[in-house]
Ligand binder design. Structure first.
Ligand code: GDP
Ligand code: ZN
Length: 358
């Protein structure tokens, strides 16, 4: 826990009341402190201040902007992965468009970098081309980070730690050996750490902070329902207004203005869009199937005062056995059957055709 005003780092515990009230304190939260002990560098958190925003993945509060870091090579530039990050962080932090930071530009030819600029700049994304190795573009990155709380997010190995070290060598973050795209390996922490960075002459009124985030697994990256995906792609939004059907998904539909103008869209972007739509549709189908299965496996029976109760439906064999054993139980214990329904989760009501017990 850092204290911005004092410029010291304090180890804080939360007041018991906060725990009782289930107030969680996350990285990035602003808090009120009491019992500040500068000698022991300790304090007690008495309240959490209102949050401006909250990211769920990575769990961080009060973030000003997300800087999506990707490499041109090592790991190889992957347009779909980059677009997945964009969609995820647009959803996580809708208040500020993510910045795209393309690192390791020392490994790429100028025209390849220009080609990538040409895709993203017209869509309204700010793209910074940098190299943690040679220092190219770092000044511009500094300008964007000054006085803000930023999250550097991107797959493992793209150079996030190297960039943070370049910004403030005093931090001396460990630079890892590269692993795969969705690196497990050294990035196994589930929380993010915020570092206060001292940039240049650091004359900004507000300090600058960056969070280095662990790599994401595909399943952790958010995407919306199929029909809402287009909103995450500005170039599709622009064309979608003239589609024949208002619920057009721009994939196979008749009279789709997006499909009619495909040559105007960057090919990699439309492919990313189509892949995400297909994934989202698949996910929806799976969810539906699962909920149908769950529905088939439970059965509503009338409960006390007409309130329906859900009881799992047992297979025929178990249902028969359950009916037998319950009859025995009822005879032996002479219990109120309703209470049994409440306290037990077996199918007391028996098979489908049976009337609920009452
Ligand atoms: P992180 O996992 O995103 O934090 O990536 P690291 O900062 O640990 O860097 C991964 C590897 O890429 C290390 O071997 C770095 O030395 C290397 N690296 C980082 N930035 C650059 C760069 O701009 N150019 C080149 N050529 N290599 C880089
Ligand atoms: Zn359409």
């Amino acid at each position: 826990m850092h204290s911005d005003e004092l410029g010291v780092e304090l180890r804080c515990t939360a007041r018991g009341r906060l725990k009782k009230e289930r107030v969680s304190v996350l990285t990035g939260d602003r808090v009120e402190l009491d019992e500040v002990d500068l000698v022991r560098a300790a304090a007690v958190i008495t309240a959490r201040l209102e949050r401006q925003n909250l990211l769920s993945r990575p769990p961080l509060a009060n973030v000003d902007q997300v800087v999506i870091v990707q490499a041109v090579h090592q790991p190889e530039w992957n347009p779909l992965l980059c677009d997945r990050y964009l969609v995820h962080f647009q959803l996580e932090l809708p208040s500020a468009a993510p910045l795209l930071c393309l690192n390791k530009c020392d490994l790429a030819a100028g025209e390849d970098l220009e080609a990538l600029q040409k895709i993203y700049a017209p869509l309204g994304y700010k793209m910074l081309i940098v190299s943690a190795k040679t220092g190219q573009g770092i000044d511009e990155l500094v300008r964007h980070l000054t006085g803000k709380v930023s999250v550097l997010a991107g797959p493992s190995g793209v150079g996030k730690s190297s960039l943070i070290n370049d910004l403030d060598p005093g931090l001396d973050l460990k630079v890892g050996v590269m692993d795969n795209d969705f690196g497990v390996g050294r990035h196994t922490t589930t929380y993010s750490e915020l570092y206060r960075i001292r940039l240049g002459d650091d004359c900004s009124v507000r300090s600058s902070w960056v969070a280095d985030t662990p790599g994401f697994s595909l399943a952790e990256l958010k995407h919306p329902e199929p029909a809402d995906l287009a909103w995450q792609f500005p170039e599709i939004v622009e064309l979608a207004g003239l589609c024949k059907f208002s619920n057009c998904l721009h994939v196979v539909e008749q009279g789709c203005n997006v499909l009619a103008n495909l040559e105007r869209l960057p090919g990699t972007r439309y492919r990313s869009y189509a892949t995400l739509v297909a994934e989202a549709q698949n996910e929806m189908r799976l969810r539906k199937e699962t909920s149908q299965k769950v529905e088939a496996a439970v059965k509503a029976v009338g409960g006390k005062e007409g309130r329906a109760k859900i009881v799992p439906r047992l297979s025929e064999r178990y249902r028969a056995a359950s009916r037998r054993s319950e009859r025995q139980n009822l005879a032996e214990l002479d219990l109120d059957s309703e209470e049994i329904i409440e306290n037990d989760d077996v199918d007391l009501a028996g098979g489908e055709d049976d009337e609920p017990l009452d």
